[in-house]
Design a protein around this ligand. Structure first.
Ligand SMILES: [Zn+2]
Length: 233
């Protein structure tokens, strides 16, 4: 499957935002009409952490802010689409595709621990037991494969690394790695544990990356063209 993705440290969903912070985040969403990019979110998070209202409270991490924005955006989009959806109730394939999400692409981690490109966010829910979840439709899959995933398992789509980006990869990075095993091709998060640097030639990067898959701790030596990184890697 044509796929791309990026890695992040394990995200823990954070629910302790102040009223001021939530108000600010909601305003940004309404003004932009979409979830801001990670640079903007990092700046916003820094601003929150420096504000007086955060004094004595836990320091915010930017993925926590991003997760909140993703879930809230879905909520806003769902409201906007309510009328449209009623009119098109018989055509569920349309989802909420053309309502401002088109500038950003996402991937989601399925229950099998591999990441798939998201075509559409269909709806969302909040369960006391498991927190915010979104119902996603995957690119290349039909409605029968729609899946509820936790908001923390949704992120901006990773992109394949270019040969010139080889020197950005360092031991300890978590990247999205293409795995082909027993005829199955999947993308999993993997930790870079060793790099054998080689001279690049006309074919590009010849370096060998030893990676350890996060989901099962198995190790594999791969080349750069198996690795994808975050859009801002
Ligand atoms: Zn290289």
């Amino acid at each position: 499957m044509d796929h791309q993705l990026r890695p992040r440290a394990e995200k823990k969903l954070f629910s302790g935002f102040t009223a001021f912070e939530m108000e600010k985040m909601e305003r940004v969403l309404k003004e932009l009409g979409q979830v801001p990019n990670s640079e903007v979110i990092k700046k916003m998070t820094g601003g929150f952490n420096r504000s007086a209202g955060r004094a004595g409270k836990p320091v915010l991490k930017w993925p926590e802010v991003q997760n909140w924005l993703l879930v809230k955006h879905q909520e806003l989009v769902s409201k906007d689409c309510a009328f449209e959806n009623i009119n098109e109730a018989s055509d569920t394939s349309k989802g909420v595709k053309d309502t401002g999400m088109s500038n950003l692409e996402f991937e989601a981690k399925s229950s099998d621990d591999s990441w798939y490109d998201v075509e559409t966010f269909i709806t969302h829910r909040f369960l006391e037991s498991s927190g915010p979840q979104v119902l996603v439709r995957y690119v290349g899959f039909g409605t029968e494969e729609d899946e509820w995933v936790h908001a923390k398992n949704v992120r901006e789509r990773s992109v394949p690394l270019e040969h010139s980006e080889c020197n950005k990869v360092t031991v300890g990075d978590t990247l999205l790695c293409f795995q082909e095993r027993n005829g199955d091709a999947s993308y999993y998060d993997a930790l870079v544990i060793d790099i054998q640097r080689k001279l690049h030639d006309v074919r590009g990067c010849r370096c060998v990356f030893l990676i350890r898959y996060v989901h099962d701790n198995s190790e594999e030596s791969v080349q750069l063209n198996s690795l994808c990184g975050p859009p801002d890697y």
